[in-house]
Design a protein around this ligand. Sequence first.
Ligand code: PRP
Length: 194
Amino acid sequence: MVKRAAPSRVPHRLRHEVKGVLLSEAQIAARVRALARQITRDFASREMVVVALLNGTVMFLADLIRHIPLPMRLDFIGVSSYGAGTQSRALEFTKALRLDVRGRDVLLVDDILDTGKTMSAVLAKLRRLNPRRIKVCVLLDKKARRTERVQAHYVGFEIPDEFVVGYGLDFAERYRNLPFIAVLHPAMHAAPNP
Ligand code: PRP
């Protein structure tokens, strides 16, 4: 479990929106490199297909794959819990996979495993395409909120049950560009019209 960093590290302009920095840029960078090393060892024998889930995975994916020096092909699945807010709702698929993964070694990458509904639905879809194996990699694992029987093979950080933003993760499509991961002020996501 991650310890909270000093709130003083939150940039001044965000002090009313963000409660504290949970994971700094340096912590994330070190952990992503370690994950990449582990994945490189595990996937070294065959060309891999990396399947990433849009949109939250963009920063994590970009940092992760540039540290995996293996032949790979990359594709995306667009999937989103419908609407803004903190509750996982109905899933909407916005982009289909185009690469053929039949008989392939697939690394499925997402930013956060929360209830597990997204990952569970995507895994069901992918399994129907008959890949040789699927390994799941997530930067963040919020185990306390899990409702589905799904787990990741590679996890960057286990985090507490708080609403986190930054490094690709959003609240109402904002904050994805923060280079660190921060905890949003509860008042922000309680607001009726963010
Ligand atoms: C977020 C996140 C995961 C999913 C995790 O995606 O990127 O894919 O929720 O939640 P779950 O485990 O409860 O399903 P979101 O639907 O917010 O879309 P985004 O990636 O575009 O932010």
